[in-house]
Design a protein around this ligand. Structure first.
Ligand code: PLP
Length: 480
């Protein structure tokens, strides 16, 4: 690695990315390429001789950018956001530059210690109970994704239970969640050896705004116990993926406690909003949870990937996931003086992800982060008002954070027609390249989702997205 060459290439790369952000609105938000497009553009094998950086940049510009869906575009409203920021980007650059692999404390003490400190900071910003902080038996760890977070806590809970009831009881362990819970839980059950029939995705509907009903949960648990099964894991969600439903954590926590069930709270998207005092209420009840997760890479200005997980009993995680091979033994670990995050996650190797979160917290500060969240929620409220004012549309689920769920209504109240209409509307809007939104299905209704959360989005972008929706809706209704 030649330092001067790095400086020159690094500057060019930053210039390239800065130019990308400068012109990001010119690209169609949703990539318009056909499957397999890149095969036609790239050679069949790697080059034998080195090529110039400029040649590679030209290819990125001409061949890669057309195949990019621009998540950072201000006109991006799909799924949930995946934020970038200058602070997060610089943290990523520093992490790539130092390029350490911090599996154990000794492998880079600063990486481990910074992660512990920063997750304590963020835990305090969220007013998590002290049991989740590193002062006691708990602590935080950065996982790559919410899927990894729920997997590792499910494994911790599974092994904790099996130590009590015996390994042969694995087939009797039961998991509970609502049917709105992210599919990451199902994947965790598959990997964790939970019998497919023992993953209860309990029914929700519009009467609870798609939140899990404590009564439905209690009934399911009682039935399972009567059938000789062992309830062991409950996943509650704050801000479900389809419609931002908020499960009633206080009631669920009480039930979990009374049956001795591990209670995990998935706040992957909405958790970030809880740094604002007015939204903190949505995680009231987290006091009874065993583990809590939010994706800082979703709505917290921290470049992907950075999923913050807190756990009250870190030993449960360590007992499920630790190995102690000779080649990793060292004085600090043997003396039990340090955290070795390799024992809190699936892989051995790990990136220095806390750097970017630290930079975000320091370069923004709590007040700016709060304003950032509030601004997006206000923009979502603005969009909600626009939808409400047009009688051709309806809001389908209450807006809680920055997601609006809505649909276009056909003149005849035919549900099949309504679904087709909204499916076509979404395709028509997204194929303009002017805005990108996504869909879900709730109670059999095909629904459009507009999630505000890209860092560059302003009111004019929300208005522009609404204009495209109205224009395409008029065209579709005109042809009915
Ligand atoms: N949980 C919720 C509520 C989500 O909305 C998502 C993704 O949008 C996930 C979990 C999965 O996140 P990840 O991609 O980090 O695994």
């Amino acid at each position: 690695m030649d330092a001067e060459q790095l400086r020159e290439c690094g500057h060019k790369t930053v210039d390239f990315i800065a130019d990308y952000y400068k012109t990001i609105e010119n690209f169609p938000v949703l990539s318009q390429v056909e499957p397999g497009y890149l095969h036609k553009l790239l050679p069949d094998s790697a080059p034998t001789h080195p090529e110039s950086l400029q040649h590679v940049f030209d290819d990125i510009q001409d061949k890669i950018l057309p195949g990019i869906t621009h998540w950072q575009s201000p006109n991006y409203f799909a799924y949930y956001p995946s934020n970038s920021s200058i602070a997060g980007f610089m943290g990523e650059m520093l992490s790539a530059g130092l390029n350490i692999v911090g599996f154990s404390w000794i492998a880079s003490p600063a990486a481990t210690e910074l992660e512990t400190i920063i997750l304590d900071w963020l835990g305090k910003m969220l007013k998590l109970p002290e049991d989740f902080l590193s002062v006691g038996q708990g602590g935080g760890v950065i996982q790559g994704t919410a899927s990894e977070a729920v997997l590792v806590v499910l494994l911790a809970a599974r092994d904790k239970f099996l130590r009590k009831v015996g390994k042969n009881s694995l087939g009797k362990l039961v998991v509970y969640a609502s049917d709105q819970t992210h599919s990451a839980l199902q994947k965790a059950c598959q990997i964790g050896g939970i019998h497919p029939e023992n993953c209860r995705l309990l029914r929700t509907d519009s009467s609870t705004n798609y939140a899990l009903s404590p009564n439905v949960l209690t009934e399911a648990i009682s039935r399972d116990i009567a059938n000789g099964l062992i309830p062991f894991f409950l996943c509650g969600t704050v801000g479900t993926t389809s419609s931002t439903a908020v499960d009633p954590l206080i009631a669920l926590g009480k039930i979990a406690k009374s049956y001795g069930i591990w209670f995990h709270v998935d706040a992957a998207y909405a958790g970030s909003a809880c740094i604002c005092p007015e939204y903190r209420q949505y995680i009231d009840g987290v006091e009874e949870a065993d583990s809590f997760n939010l994706n800082a890479h979703k709505w917290f200005l921290t470049n992907f990937d950075c999923s913050a997980l807190w756990i009250k009993d870190r030993n449960a995680l360590i007992q499920a996931l630790s190995t102690n091979p000779e080649f990793l033994k060292n004085k600090a670990s043997q003396a039990n003086l340090v955290v070795d995050y390799k024992d809190w996650q699936i892989p051995l190797g790990r990136r220095f992800r806390s750097l970017k979160l630290w930079m975000v917290l320091r370069l923004y500060g709590l007040e700016n982060l709060q304003s950032y969240i509030r601004n997006h929620i206000n923009l979502a409220k603005h969009f909600e008002r626009l939808v409400t004012q047009d009688p051709r549309f309806e809001i389908v689920a209450p807006r809680v954070f920055s997601l609006v769920c809505f649909r276009l209504l056909p003149a005849s109240k035919n549900e099949a027609l309504a679904n087709k209409l909204n499916h076509d509307l979404l395709n028509d809007v997204n194929s303009t390249g002017k805005a990108f939104m996504s869909h879900t299905v709730l109670s059999g209704k095909y629904i459009l989702r507009l999630a505000v959360g890209a860092p560059l989005t302003e009111e004019r972008h929300v208005n522009a997205a609404w204009s495209v929706l109205q224009e395409k809706a008029s065209a579709l209704l005109g042809t009915l």
